[in-house]
Design a protein around this ligand. Structure first.
Ligand SMILES: [Zn+2]
Length: 416
């Protein structure tokens, strides 16, 4: 492909003329580059190498010599190849070492470790907007499932928070487990927040639902620890019966307030009876106190459509962070993790919506809803892909500086 210029990048003049090849100043870039892409179709994956050519120009107004800006910013790898990388790396958890071998063995493409970092960086640059959009959708939505987990990094430790709904998932890293940022982030949230019993959620000014599976698990543990405590069982038995009848309704009709609200009266009666009773055993006192303290947060789901009584959605999403922790073992830094989380958010969103993550990436669409809506209409994709303005990957910068690249690291000199 030929890449041409129409105006001078320095003064903006359109009076430009191609330079005779022999007169090209030495500091101007070479005028041939190759870009590598993967073309992924239902039956095959094919490597595609595109050669780009250009000429140098001289501006007749300001006398500067230049090559076309689009040519300068041309990327070495195109979106199809980077999407394949993200798909293997995020969906199938392949490490960079395996991926480098895979690219070389199957496609004859030598990719360096630092170039994988470029891929991630460029993909994140493209999809950060998507994540912002998803987060806005979550906050405007009727229900939000939240969970958090600790992660140790090379440069300290912190917490990954997940915010999920049946249509989107967003992961966010924070250095501390303090919930202050939640208050700020959720200030416009009008739905029901579903969470475990972690106290950072307590003060948030929205409707809340605590995960009843957590509660049941704790009750079972208390019963095992105090097998002869009749008082304890006088609380857990009616609570269990109440929850069982609710779950039966859910199995039959789904999470519909129309069918569920009949249980609200039984729940209220349960709490009223509990409030009047006096307990002696430690275990039953503790449970009674906990139930009464959370009275307003245990059966909120009965009054709303589509709000679950457990936090499985967020807990499933947080499992991906345990996988990541296992895969990187403290070798990641905050910046790398933050980028990983952007891609993971897209992956998990596609997963809960039952959309192919790979196809979403390949579509080059940045809006998940738009992708779903236009699934059948294939857009013509652009043929030239360039780095974002002002960004050059470290690999190219070092080539330009004329640094000797160590032989062991080097990419096949395909674009030289
Ligand atoms: Zn000029």
């Amino acid at each position: 492909m030929e890449i041409t210029a129409t105006r001078c990048p320095v003064c903006g003049s359109k009076r430009i003329a191609p330079l005779d090849p022999k007169q090209r100043p030495k500091d101007l870039q070479r005028r041939r580059k190759r870009a590598i892409d993967l073309v992924i179709t239902p039956g095959a994956i094919r490597r595609k190498v595109v050669e780009f050519r250009t000429v140098a120009y001289r501006c007749e107004s300001c006398q500067k010599c230049f090559t076309p800006e689009r040519y300068d910013r041309l990327t070495r790898y195109f979106h199809g190849l980077m999407s394949w990388f993200a798909y293997q790396h995020i969906t199938h958890r392949l490490g960079l070492r395996s991926l480098a071998a895979l690219f070389y063995e199957t496609f004859g493409v030598r990719v360096n470790f630092w170039e994988f970092t470029d891929f991630r960086h460029l993909l994140v640059h493209k999809y950060r907007k998507t994540c912002k959009l998803l987060l806005a959708q979550l906050i405007a939505g009727p229900v939000l499932y939240v969970d958090e987990t600790e992660i140790k990094l090379k440069d300290g430790s912190g917490y990954v928070w997940v915010f999920a709904s049946p249509s989107a998932t967003i992961y966010i890293f924070r250095r501390s487990r303090e919930g202050d940022f939640l208050r700020q982030m959720l200030k416009d949230f009008k739905g029901v927040l579903v969470s475990d019993f972690y106290s950072a959620y307590d003060g948030l000014p929205c409707l809340q639902q605590r995960c009843l599976i957590h509660l049941i698990r704790d009750m079972n543990r208390a019963i095992l620890d105090n097998p002869f405590d009749q008082e304890l069982q006088s609380i857990t038995t009616p609570f269990g019966a109440l929850l069982r009848s609710i779950v039966t309704t859910i199995d039959e009709h789904g999470l519909k307030q129309r069918y569920l609200r009949i249980h609200a009266k039984t729940a209220e009666a349960f709490f009223d009876a509990l409030a009047e009773r006096f307990h002696e055993s430690e275990a039953s006192k503790a449970l009674r106190e906990r139930l009464l303290r959370n009275r307003q947060r245990l059966f909120t789901f009965l009054q709303h459509d589509g709000v679950s009584w457990n936090n499985n959605l967020a807990e499933n999403a947080i499992k991906r962070i345990s996988d990541y922790r296992e895969d990187v073992r403290r070798s990641a830094k905050e910046a790398g993790l933050a980028e990983y989380l952007v891609l993971l958010s897209l992956y998990q969103t596609c997963r809960v919506r039952e959309i192919s993550f790979l196809k979403f990436l390949l579509s080059q669409k940045r809006d998940v809803d738009a992708f779903v809506a236009s699934k059948r209409h294939r857009r013509r994709l652009q043929h030239v892909e360039v780095y974002p303005k002002g960004y050059l990957p470290p690999s190219i910068i070092s080539v330009r500086r004329g640094k000797a690249i160590r032989a062991g690291d080097t990419v096949a000199a395909e674009s030289e």
